[in-house]
Ligand binder design. Structure first.
Ligand code: SF4
Length: 870
């Protein structure tokens, strides 16, 4: 039977139809009826079926590294939390949760911490993602509300992407934009220091200097006023226009580093197109002045009244499946549930009355960075981390690992006990995963969708809400946490939102408070609010806001200097972000060989001038140092970044590439209003890493690398490995067997001791089960071809590449159909393919999820340049 559910990755919140095969596997397709995606999926969503197997799953509680019963584990958790609270007070404990939690999980966690423990020390990893948008929304609108809907993107005449690589990070929204552009000629402007895949459809790319967004949008506000494009009628609903404009007119646009004519072109486009949607994401939020950046954007929409109407408005897109749900349900340390304010005594009294407790927490709790600092300095004695991996994903991650290690008592709830964080915990609780758990999520345009179970919960794993409720009961609050189903929790949450609605709050889903279990089971995607009088729609076109005087507030915001300064010691500014086919710290997406084929190791994108200055060649490995840590990365020379401003992805961990943990390099500077870390502007040094040998390996077994640099990735039937080290093995064959986890099998090899080359393959009954290629320089072999030789009778294995009769497909570009770069380039040249559609017809590439289309466009460009030069 097929089940309609929701993708567990990004904040687009695509509907998925899952068809289990009855043997633990599942077929995945996009849900044509879901309003987020109308049947589309990106490469990550399409590969979900490859991520639900039980490899690496934790199936029973662990206490002190030993298997334990649930009773033992939960009693210990309840007792440790109670003891800390009893001795040191409620603020001595904390929860660090995640946008992977379902709303029902979040609700129980928030109720337990803010209502019953009596502290607001619960924060979510959404703090790292979009808390600056939350703070900006609250300052301007009096509420954290996204005004518009995804349909606005299709109705806009101009879409501006600010600090958002929509093509890779919200691919289905990008596909909707591409389609709109084709149908209506939508103009697209990308504002990003880096030339990303999203630029492939841009009419204009503004590669602004890192962090100069406030200057750019102050310039826009000034240009709006100069062009007399201010909506004076709408301004009746807005405070602060004159002060904001006054500051904006003092802007020094040279701070953006942009060509003045290009800036003017952007301003002219914005003024000329009333239907403008400004989409912004981590490039805006992850900044020490992220909240001011958000308000600089909102100012322009408020001044022109371009908000809350079809085809126009500011649009913060969230990075996680339930980041929005977490904001609504009180997952952030500075908010109560249902957009109620922790500082407001009436709001606190409302929640306390609803939960039947004397008080709720009366002051904001510790935000993520402060929470881990407090764990490190002994102020937090007991910490529960749920579905997130802060040992890798927090800034200054090495210090966070030390803090977790030193904290008196740490519990982790997750799918596996192998994450960098779980390995440091006293107790690890096995959690239900996507496909097994049941509840709701809210996507970036306020649509609440069901995540439904279609697989049995394996072993002794339990849903997060059930774990939290059980601890609440064991701490003495039996009645308050007597939950049996997620539907029961959802109804309670909906009823609380009705109280918030009565206090004048916009987040009101009280229309669901009497939802029957059967209606919850079949709940279709529904945009909030949901009340007796209102369902869905947009906000703020009517000029009614949620501030005390019901007017919007424009903020007088100034361009700030970046907190980390370049110096002779740290001359480069490091930008960080996501790649197309991986998700966060890869605990799920790295299970898919298809996804791992796209970019299989951590890398540093570096401008050619920097590479020349540093004496680097393609494929060299570089060492990065920052004031907080160090990393080793493969260099990828590219003019997509500007000189001095390299980029590195965030995904690799101690499990997949320990020296590639980027957040070790990121300084924990935070925005003063949101507490969001400045993840894209750390200063670093870059130098060539001189290894004595480099290697590439494949194996059917779990490998055991221990070199200075290594990165492993899944391939069909095994693993591939990149290696670099100083110590040259005495005996390559012995080393290969140990590295590849292959103690048996026949060895064939070519060894050249004098030149330091080794090529070794291990065969069982003539079938390749492992191979190692090593030498004194970065290894030039056909990686994807070799990965495909595992499990094959491959007489040419030691050649490291296919014979002349079998062309080398090159690195995989289309993950869905496994089509390599060389195959595509050859087809472009030999078949005269002139556009992406023609490549699709010839090779299928780009015809499933479409996530690779921007890269196909880039390849077409490369091929055309080559033809023109010939
Ligand atoms: Fe999932 Fe991709 Fe949709 Fe995001 S765009 S929700 S990752 S299918």
């Amino acid at each position: 039977m097929s089940i309609c559910t929701t993708c567990p990755y990004c904040g687009v919140g695509c509907g998925v139809i899952a068809s289990p095969d009855g043997q633990g596997g599942v077929q995945i397709q996009g849900d044509p009826n879901h309003p987020a995606n109308f049947g589309r999926l990106c490469s990550k969503g399409s590969a979900l079926g490859e991520t639900v197997d039980l490899t690496g799953r934790l199936l029973h509680p662990m206490v002190g590294g030993q298997q334990a019963s649930w009773d033992t584990a939960l009693d210990l958790v309840a007792q440790k939390f109670k003891a800390a609270i009893g001795t040191y007070g409620p603020d001595s404990v904390g929860f660090y949760v995640s946008g992977q939690l379902l709303t029902e999980d979040y609700y129980v966690a928030n109720k337990l911490m803010k209502g019953f423990i009596g502290s607001a020390n619960i924060d979510t990893n959404s703090r790292l993602c979009m808390s600056s948008s939350v703070a900006g929304h609250k300052r301007a609108f009096g509420t954290d509300t996204v005004p518009g809907t995804y349909a606005d993107i299709e109705q806009a005449d101009l879409v501006v992407l600010v600090g958002s690589n929509l093509a890779w990070c919200h691919p289905v929204l990008f596909q909707r934009l591409v389609a709109a552009r084709k149908d209506h000629g939508t103009k697209v402007v990308v504002i990003d220091p880096r030339r990303t895949a999203s630029c492939d459809i841009a009419d204009l790319h503004l590669p602004l200097k890192t962090g100069s967004d406030v200057a750019l949008f102050n310039g826009l506000l000034s240009a709006i006023a100069q062009a007399d494009a201010v909506d004076r009628t709408y301004l009746q609903h807005v405070n602060g226009f004159d002060a904001a404009l006054d500051i904006a007119q003092q802007v020094d646009l040279t701070k953006t580093g942009l060509d003045p004519q290009k800036l003017q072109d952007f301003y002219d486009l914005w003024v000329a197109h009333k239907n403008v949607v400004t989409i912004y994401s981590q490039g805006v939020n992850q900044s020490a002045n992220g909240t001011d950046k958000v308000n600089a954007i909102l100012n322009c929409h408020l001044a022109t009244g371009r908000i809350g109407r079809p085809g126009m408005g500011p649009f913060s897109v969230t990075g996680q499946p339930n980041a929005m749900g977490g904001r609504e349900v009180g997952g952030l340390a500075n908010m109560l549930a249902c957009h109620l304010d922790i500082e407001n005594p009436d709001h606190r009294a409302c929640v306390a009355d609803f939960w039947d407790v004397p008080n709720v927490a009366d002051k904001p709790g510790r935000k993520a960075v402060d929470l881990f600092k407090a764990a490190g300095n002994g102020q937090i004695k007991a910490l529960w981390i749920i579905h997130t991996n802060p040992a890798v994903s927090m800034p200054d991650a090495a210090a966070v690992r030390a803090a977790i290690k030193s904290c008196d008592f740490v519990v982790v709830s997750d799918l596996t006990d192998q994450t960098d964080t779980a390995q440091l915990a006293d107790v690890v609780l096995p959690a239900a995963g996507w496909g097994e758990k049941d509840g709701t999520v809210t996507n970036s345009d306020r649509t609440i969708s069901r995540q439904r179970a279609f697989l049995p919960i394996p072993g002794q794993a339990r849903a997060d809400w059930a774990q939290l409720a059980e601890v609440g009961r064991r701490m003495g609050w039996q009645h308050a946490f007597d939950y049996q189903t997620p539907a029961q929790i959802f109804r309670e949450y909906a009823a609380l939102s009705g109280r918030a609605g009565a206090l004048g709050k916009d987040f009101d889903i009280s229309g669901f408070s009497d939802l029957k279990d059967t209606d919850y089971a079949t709940l279709p995607p529904t945009r909030w609010p949901v009340t007796a009088s209102r369902r869905g729609g947009r906000f703020f076109a009517d000029g009614v806001f949620y501030t005390p005087n019901h007017k919007a507030q424009m903020l007088a915001v100034k361009q700030a200097d970046l907190p980390s300064k370049r110096s002779a010691k740290y001359p480069y500014r490091l930008n960080t972000g996501r790649i197309r086919d991986q998700w966060h710290t890869m605990t799920r997406s790295a299970k898919s060989p298809r996804l791992s084929a796209h970019l299989a190791e951590p890398f540093l994108e570096l401008h050619p001038k920097d590479a020349t200055d540093l004496g680097l060649s393609p494929s060299d490995i570089v060492r990065l140092n920052s004031p907080t840590g160090t990393a080793l990365l493969r260099v990828l020379i590219s003019d997509a970044v500007s000189p001095g401003n390299p980029f590195a992805p965030i995904h690799w961990t101690g499990e997949t590439a320990p020296s590639g943990r980027i957040d070790d390099l990121v300084t924990a500077n935070v925005d003063p209003f949101s507490g969001q870390p400045d993840s894209k502007a750390s200063v670093v040094s870059v130098e060539k890493f001189h290894a004595n040998w480099y290697g590439y390996a494949i194996t059917t077994q779990t490998p055991n690398p221990n070199t200075a640099y290594w990165a492993k990735a899944r391939v069909a039937g095994g693993w591939r490995l990149e290696l670099a080290a100083d110590d040259v093995p005495d005996n390559w064959e012995t080393y290969a067997r140990s590295l590849l986890g292959l103690s048996d099998g026949d060895v064939i090899s070519v060894l050249d001791k004098a030149r330091g080359h080794a090529r070794i393959a291990i065969l069982r009954d003539g079938i390749v089960v492992g191979a190692l290629f090593a030498g004194p320089d970065p290894i030039a072999v056909s990686r994807d071809y070799l990965a495909g030789q595992l499990g094959q009778n491959s007489p040419r294995i030691l050649a490291g590449r296919p014979g002349a009769d079998m062309p080398d497909p090159g690195p995989t570009l289309c993950s869905c159909f496994g089509v390599g770069v060389n195959t595509i380039l050859t087809a472009i040249e030999t078949q005269g393919l002139i556009n992406v559609d023609a490549i699709g017809v010839a090779l299928q590439a780009g015809t499933n999820c479409g996530s690779c289309k921007p890269e196909l466009t880039a390849l077409l460009g490369r091929a055309q340049v080559k033809v023109a030069a010939e």
